[in-house]
Design a binder for this molecule. Sequence first.
Ligand code: AR6
Length: 186
Amino acid sequence: MVTRITLVEGDITEQRVDAVVNAANSSLLGGGGVDGAIHRKGGPQILEECRRLRASHWGKGLPTGRAVATTAGRLPARWVVHTVGPVYRAEEYEERAGLLASCYRESLRAAAELGARTVAFPAVSAGIYGWPPADAARIALSTVAEVVDGGDEHAGAGLDEVRFVLFGAEMYGVFEQAWQALREQR
Ligand code: AR6
């Protein structure tokens, strides 16, 4: 089966997909940016499940690069996959780029395990966590392309579409450019 990778400009809280990915922090208790928007619109059920996950598994916080799923509350999706991106730090570029790639792989794996066929991602770490958008886009797209091209059959299993939902024309343009560059290499 071919998995489509698509780019749209928009708000991730409005996407009718099986799983939306949240750019969370390790507390899993909410924050600003896309995290704030997801909890605001999804309602208290998401936070309630995050609290339970913390109590049962992640008392010290969800490590950077990992992903866990909860219900999507009132969002028009079935699940929210919460992942913790790395804060940008130029001096530790390679290590942190690896963690950002891990966010995408682990989120796809979590979504596939639930049986999701459509998954929507924001530009993880490209906001408050400070990644230069072009780098965040290249890492995001190349990692997802690798997974769906068969690099990781567990993470990519059963997915029809992986949609990047970019907030604003500028971020959309950055992703589009990175996608063009990647397609020329593929
Ligand atoms: N739909 C899609 N994208 C959005 C939306 C939305 N509704 N809102 C913002 N974005 P950020 P990070 C974009 O800061 O950099 C939180 O406090 C935003 O424009 O949300 O991973 C967490 O709790 C940007 O392009 O996530 C963490 O503490 C992208 O989503 C921290 O921020 C990611 O920006 C995580 O920072």
